[in-house]
Design a binder for this molecule. Sequence first.
Ligand code: MG
Ligand code: MG
Length: 274
Amino acid sequence: MRKSYELKTPDQILKMRVAGLLTAKALASVRAAIRPGVTTLELDQIAEKTIRGGGGVPNFQLVPGYSHTVCASVNSTVVHGIPSKLVLEAGDLVSIDCGAEIDGWNGDSAFSMVVPGASGERVLKRQQLSDVCEGSLWAGIAALATAKKLNEVGVAVQDYVLTQGPYGILEQYVGHGIGRSMHEDPPVFNYRVRDAGPKVQSGLCVAIEPMITAGDQNTFVLDDDWGVATTDNSDGAHWEHSVAVHDGGIWVLTAVDGGAEGLKPFGIAPVSLG
Ligand code: MG
Ligand code: MG
């Protein structure tokens, strides 16, 4: 039996927009601090300060067993990296995942970037990997704008990635509905599945989050019980946005511009509420 999911009203989507923008602000503050020599724990503290300063709560701290504000995943760690004293070096590929809860509503978003200050083939490959992952996220968001069923998103993500080269798409980890909780039904796949998925309709709010690797898709969980790393030691990237479907169209809640720039190449314009 298919699980149902909660549809959000326009008023609720406007509240989720507040949480989404605070999430975006936290990620921007982290992005600005990423340089050689910074530790992932320092990045975590910057994000927490931004979220609490904006009147929010770091919702990752509400996940049982997790006490940090961000996940910081470096190189072959794709997602769920625990912030630590690990010092970032020029040329590292770091993925930052973060969420804010405010007034009982949640945002969830992630980006990858290459730590500045290095060049060469390896850096180029890492930038390409991040770019392909980001592109696949926007392809998935664009697909949501016209999709009848939710799993059309995964088809678009997978097709985009496959046209870019031999990349791996993680299959054990997927996107999700979002609202009063950061993680809600329904699941949002990053690849084709047999089921068409639930109907896409006004009030559906989802976090779309492709996780891709420069090698194959196999991963294992690190000894810290959180970090998810590639078995073949290839690099991983992770991009994510929280997106609302409403009567007028789609709106990327965790993008300051609502997704305008990212969706432009796909001929889609986001529509704001109010
Ligand atoms: Mg996330
Ligand atoms: Mg998520």
